[in-house]
Design a protein around this ligand. Structure first.
Ligand SMILES: [Zn+2]
Length: 172
């Protein structure tokens, strides 16, 4: 498989689908003209199986998304959250953890890497001795919610945690 062609062919299909559908075309054009007005910020894992737009059945312009291993929020993510709050006026933030998370697994098993520490140590600090991966995902997502609330005490929107189950495709 030529990966570049695979990606560009996919984009071609996507662009054509919009071009050939009047409703989608108009919606896409208004996103271009009027700018984006997403109503929710989703902070989730980079896991290829956890794609917010697909699993919440949403379209372009609806969700503002941050994806980072283990849905851990560090400095860079705070800047993006600040933008979402201050400039996009988003009033609903979800930290979406998931089952079978590699970052949670790595944190539980105290794995090491060249650049992993800022993420794994944050998860370890949150989950302490929890060895159950599902419970650890929940604890970690809740901890990230708390972190957002601590960093943006003036924020008047909602910040919640949810878990996506990779096996059932359901958000709990
Ligand atoms: Zn993950």
């Amino acid at each position: 498989m030529n990966i570049k062609d695979e990606l560009l062919n996919g984009n071609n299909t996507f662009a054509k689908e919009i071009e050939n559908n009047e409703e989608l075309k108009n919606a896409s054009l208004s996103l271009y003209k009027d700018g984006q007005h997403p109503y929710a910020l989703i902070i989730t894992c980079s896991d290829s199986r956890v794609v917010p737009e697909l699993l919440f059945d949403k379209w372009l312009g609806e969700l503002f998304v941050i994806r980072t291993a283990g849905n851990v929020i560090n400095e860079g993510e705070l800047a993006t959250i600040e933008y979402a709050i201050a400039h996009l006026h988003i009033k609903y933030i979800v930290v979406l953890g998931h089952t079978s998370c590699g970052a949670i697994h790595a944190a539980i098993h105290k794995e090491k890497g060249q650049y992993l520490d800022p993420i794994l140590s944050r998860i370890q600090l949150a989950i302490k001795d929890e060895c159950d991966e599902y419970k650890a995902s929940e604890i970690n997502a809740k901890e990230q919610v708390k972190y957002i609330k601590d960093k943006f005490p003036q924020y008047d929107g909602e910040v919640v945690s949810m878990i996506y189950d990779i096996k059932t495709n359901k958000v709990i």
